[in-house]
Design a protein around this ligand. Sequence first.
Ligand code: SF4
Length: 244
Amino acid sequence: MSLISISEIFGPTIQGEGALIGTQTIFVRTGGCDYRCSWCDTGYAVLPKYEDDWQKMDAETVFAEIEKLSKQQAAWITLSGGNPAMQDLGPLIELGQAKGYQFSMETQGSIAKPWFALLDQLTLSPKPPSTGMSFKKRGLDRCLDACDSLENVSLKFVVADNKDLLWAKKIADQYSHLTCFIQPCNTSAKLEHNYNESDKSNEIPIDQQQQMLWLIDEVQQIDWNNARVLPQLHTWLWGDKTGV
Ligand code: SF4
């Protein structure tokens, strides 16, 4: 059985984004990402310089940790990263679902895996121009093709400026059958943030409310009527603090 690269497992906490916002969940954050977004707030799960901090674990060991944190009460598990699609998470999902756990995942949509068909919920989050990354429609289409059903698949766009917003609408218009969430970006985050104990700040960026008001206004200006506008709730509550 292949090993999973794990950056951190923590919870229970609440999901701060997307379709399951507010839902209690255990987080499994994998290590490694094929992207380098400029405002990534999880550089410690992305950059190779943190690789020594990532543990290689088999599915049984990861699930044992999940059971410990959830006190063996079946719950939602959120698979995040990094890009969790880089890992072989099928065995973990099967193990958990056999015991009544449900699995949600967020990925940028660059890598598709057959085990996406097992997921109970999938958020595909294409990265806008402000990240410095380029969007590949074929990658997103392959991810959608890998899903068993699109009923519990949604798009999520985190936008930093008006250019990002217009770009996001253009993409979303091509996938109008999917629920679409829009969130303002945590602009205080930087990929090359130096993560150590003293940096685990819970300082809350003061402009979150203004960012939300700006985004609501802009979404209305462009008549994006079916977009669902959300804050990045975890950032609002805990700032850049990790493991919450
Ligand atoms: S924001 Fe997501 S896709 Fe971008 S570098 Fe960070 S973990 Fe990877």
